[in-house]
Design a protein around this ligand. Structure first.
Ligand SMILES: Nc1nc2c(ncn2[C@@H]2O[C@H](COP(=O)(O)OP(=O)(O)OP(=O)(O)O)[C@@H](O)[C@H]2O)c(=O)[nH]1
Ligand SMILES: [Mg+2]
Length: 364
């Protein structure tokens, strides 16, 4: 077993509780006796996983059974390891039930590339003063955060670049009712202490946002020393360079756990309606007054949402983004359904049943 090096390259040991282990994990793990060890996935390399365990870290592969089921552990997962140091092998044999699942678009199913991270309590949607400060993009990130089950917080970084840092949050607050909006400068440290209430020990926070907004710089600031590489943004378009390529969980100085993610280029909103409901509560509230219960808020008579746009109470751009994300949600759902039908057919085939057999069995 290696000592954990999750903080500043020093040797550190964390207990399972420090890593966010709770009573429900004890219950799920209780069926395992023998050479089994619980742990939390800190990082995934191509075919191996770095797992933090009580007092150290282990690099492990996964069992053939998990692989066959397509169940790949994600960063943040609590897992069961079969640790056999005498044989020089460590294998992840189970993934404990997930509290929240943070997935990129599609259906939130457990396929390898869909899951971003698991068991996240809070998502910091990181944006930066300047060109990245785009409310439509923030709405999209909010929808993903809401559908994951985690609590979103909007962090506006690089406040040192703004002429009037105090007014940075104003334009954002109107599209994020009830969501904290916190301007900071990760580079200078200004305002970073305002994140403290969202970082109690044992809480897991994921950073998401475009490349170059300063996610890794914030991690370095909160760790108290450089653990992540950062890179200059190109001046002419403020686009990042995708410096971070692997997602990784860190234990912060204050005891919270934080996951640094690569900059997200394309993010779908997933299939959970919670994403839309959490992001557009104002539109859904207005919609209750529409004449038709299935009103799509387009051309229908008696549409209160369209009336709010005409009156200037609701921004046309916000409604347009609502429509865009709704269309995406419906598309993703259709896609997920088709995927499930295919998966079901594959499973039936694996156990030697034909389409005719399925028809007969299902018909009964
Ligand atoms: N002016 C200013 N620059 C910052 C601040 N925070 C980060 N930067 C700079 O922004 C650039 C990108 O920062 P990173 O931390 O690498 O950004 P990232 O979001 O991790 O980017 P990816 O890893 O590509 O997703 C670096 O040059 C940082 O020094 C800040 O608060 N103010
Ligand atoms: Mg980075």
């Amino acid at each position: 077993m290696n000592q954990s090096t999750s903080r500043c390259g020093e040797q550190h040991s964390h207990t399972l509780e420090d890593l966010g282990w709770a009573e429900e994990h004890d219950a799920a793990f209780s069926k395992y006796t023998g050479p089994y060890v619980p742990g939390r996935v800190a990082c995934r390399q191509k075919t191996v996983w770095d797992v933090l365990v009580d007092g150290g870290s282990i690099t492990a592969g996964i069992s053939g059974a998990l692989r066959k089921l397509g169940r790949f552990p994600a960063v943040g997962d609590f897992v069961v390891l079969l640790d056999q140091p005498e044989a020089g092998t460590s294998t992840i044999v189970d993934i404990l039930p997930r509290k929240t699942l943070f997935a990129r678009g599609a259906s939130g199913r457990e396929s390898t590339d869909q899951v971003i991270a698991a068991n996240i309590d809070t998502v910091f949607i990181v944006t930066a003063a300047g060109h990245d400060l785009n409310v439509r993009r923030i709405e999209r990130f909010l929808a993903i955060a809401h559908s994951s089950g985690a609590r979103p917080v909007i962090v506006i970084n690089k406040s040192d670049l703004a002429d009037d840092p105090a007014s940075l949050a104003d334009g954002i607050a109107s599209v994020s009712p009830g969501i904290p909006v916190i301007p900071i400068s990760a580079a200078s440290g200004e305002g970073v202490d305002r994140l403290d209430p969202y970082l109690p020990p044992g809480t897991t926070v994921a950073l998401i946002g475009s490349s170059g907004v300063g996610k890794s710089t914030l991690i370095n600031r909160l760790m108290g020393c450089p653990v992540q590489e950062t890179s200059h943004t190109r001046d002419y378009d403020e686009k990042g360079r995708h410096t971070t390529t692997v997602r990784q969980l860190f234990v912060l100085e204050g005891g919270a756990l934080m996951i640094d993610n690569p900059g997200l280029r394309e993010v779908g909103i997933g299939t959970a309606a919670a994403g839309i409901a959490g992001t557009f509560p104002d539109i859904l509230e207005l919609a209750e007054g529409c004449r038709f219960s299935d009103c799509r808020h387009e051309q229908e008579p008696g549409c209160v949402v369209q009336a709010a746009v005409r009156d200037g109470a609701l921004s046309a751009a916000r409604l347009e983004n609502f429509h865009r994300l709704m269309r995406e949600l419906e598309f993703e759902r259709d896609k997920a359904e088709i995927g499930l039908v295919r998966l079901e057919k594959k499973r039936w085939k694996e156990i030697g049943k034909s389409a005719r057999d399925i028809w007969k069995i299902k018909g009964k």
